[in-house]
Ligand binder design. Structure first.
Ligand code: SAH
Length: 507
């Protein structure tokens, strides 16, 4: 039997980029992933498609699975010969009970390794503009649990020593006890004027920071209803935030944007928006799936050599055609013969990535663009593998010009209902700033997800960004307020125009 092993992995503080290379490698290869509520669930997208994913919770002490059960689960599964990525927020050995899990594994004779992570106590302050040490302020710092009841007599924290003996104090799990923590520090000699920062959901797009002093911060936290997960940073270094704040200054920081592209394509766009600081809600309103029958496509592929033009209108069209070639034991050589045209840069890139050459990419990335540049098609045979339901302009116009056009279904689009309620709730709470549309069908599919009165509410509260004129027209028809539309119909240009929109003082 294969030797099992448990990897206690620090998932980092939240920002997906802050997991270690080693941690990511293991997520990609392990049989089982066991994760906590503080580990960013999007890390799981990198897991093997057949990996077993187990959530063991832990939200403010409300354990979905008690620690003992987690330990038992790890031991049982590792003994079955499984490799297990045990993902914990931040670093597994910093207030993460990783030590206990490791002890349990050793006792059970199971193999384990630790993969340290970037702890939130370092990264959260850094993203809030606070270096936890700085030569001009302090040379010492401490990580302290704020979970312990500070009023109990047998406290393990020596308040008298840490209050004045250490420069920067970073408390984990301390919001609930904040009034007592600050009182204790002041009682033991720390100046009431000492600056304090609270950093909630540090390194995440929804990061929030509050600044006060030992005297004032408890009242601020109460007024603002600050909840976990939050770090308390005490010390003069907090003042550096005035100069060093960077993350919260990103152009889209604090903006919540819905991305409606199909899941497979959404991530590139989402990443761009997130890179600029936005909080992205991925809400795929269309997903692609195989056609009901492959007959038409198979037939077209078999006679590909007879065509003069092969026109791809989407990345999906390219993807499904290639997939079908592979599945039927063929390859791109079957497509030799016709000249290849692609609507849009991304589609052209997808074609060229296969080694085939695209001879025509119209300047205007839509059907009309092809019609303007393809030249004389009289008597030419044209093959268009595309979505079952798509605009008819291209085939109809080509036919009018005397071409013989074969449109074959390479894939279908379907409407996934999941997530709608969560989106509606976010809209109702006023937490959504914008919805992005990258095609007419994303508009109509988005609209189709909601009941009439719901859609009215969404349209009233959320403005839209559209990739181009056809999409804009559809969005306007539904009643959306258009915030921006780029001159070039690409995701890059759309991202740019969204950024420019939010840079306006009125946005
Ligand atoms: N092992 C984790 C800490 C677990 S204890 C680590 O190394 O970061 C849980 C506490 O960590 C929370 O109550 C909160 O104080 C802190 N924490 C974890 N992630 C955080 C984040 N992204 N932002 C703010 N605080 C966080």
């Amino acid at each position: 039997m294969k030797q099992g092993k448990v990897y206690l992995i620090g998932a980092g503080p939240g920002d997906l980029g802050l997991i270690t290379v080693r941690g990511m490698e293991l997520i990609k290869t392990c049989d089982i992933i066991v994760y906590d509520y503080l580990a960013n669930p999007r890390l799981l997208e990198s897991a093997r498609p057949d990996a077993e994913i187990i959530y063991v919770g832990k939200k403010g002490g409300d354990h979905t699975l008690p620690q003992e059960e987690i330990n038992k689960l790890l031991v049982k599964r590792v003994k079955e010969g499984k490799t297990i990525a045990r993902l914990k927020g931040g670093d597994p050995y910093v207030f993460g009970r990783g030590g206990e899990e490791a002890e349990e594994l050793i006792e059970a004779g199971a193999a384990f390794e630790v993969v340290p992570g970037v702890t939130s106590g370092v990264a959260g302050p850094a993203y809030a503009g606070i270096p936890i040490t700085h030569r001009s302020c302090t040379s010492t710092m401490a990580f302290i649990t704020g979970h312990e009841d500070p009023t109990k007599d047998d406290t393990a924290i020596q308040w008298d020593k840490i209050a004045t003996g250490i420069g920067t104090l970073v408390f984990y799990m301390g919001v609930k006890n904040l009034p007592d923590i600050t009182k204790n520090l002041m009682k033991h000699g720390r100046s009431p004027k000492t600056p304090v920062a609270l950093v909630r959901w540090g390194t995440m797009p929804n990061q929030q920071t509050w600044i006060g002093t030992l005297e004032t911060i408890a009242a601020i936290a109460e007024r603002e209803k600050v909840a976990p997960p939050t770090l308390i940073v005490v010390g003069e270094v907090v003042n550096l935030r005035g100069k060093l704040n960077w993350f919260e200054k990103k152009p889209l920081f604090g903006r919540r944007i819905i991305v409606t592209r199909a899941r497979a394509q959404a991530s590139g766009f989402s990443q761009k928006l997130e890179e600029l600081g936005a909080s992205v809600i991925e809400f795929p309103t269309i997903e692609t799936t195989a056609p009901e029958s492959w007959d038409a496509l198979d037939k077209a592929i078999s006679s590909a050599g007879n065509y003069d033009w092969l026109i791809f209108t989407s990345v999906n069209g390219v993807g499904y055609l290639l997939q079908r070639l592979r599945e039927t034991g063929r390859d791109i050589r079957e497509l030799a013969g016709p000249k290849i045209c692609a609507i849009g840069k991304k589609t052209a890139e997808a074609v060229e990535a296969t080694g085939m050459r695209v001879v025509l990419v119209p300047d205007e990335f839509r059907a009309e663009g092809i019609l303007a540049t393809i030249g004389d098609v009289k008597g030419k045979k044209v093959l268009i593998p595309r979505a079952e339901e798509a605009r008819e302009v291209l085939p109809e116009e080509l036919a009018k010009r005397g071409a013989q056009v074969d449109v074959v279904t390479a894939y279908r689009t379907v409407r996934p209902q999941a997530k709608k309620d969560a989106v509606m709730e976010a809209v109702r709470d006023g937490k959504v700033d914008m919805v992005t549309f990258t095609s007419s069908s994303t508009v109509s599919n988005f609209a189709g997800m909601f009941a009439d009165d719901e859609l009215k509410e969404v349209i009233a509260k959320v403005k839209a960004a559209s990739i181009g004129p056809v999409t804009t027209e559809t969005a306007k028809k539904f009643g959306f307020t258009l915030a921006c539309e780029p001159a070039e119909y690409t995701i890059e240009a759309l991202t740019q125009s969204i950024t420019e929109h939010f840079a306006k003082p009125s946005a």
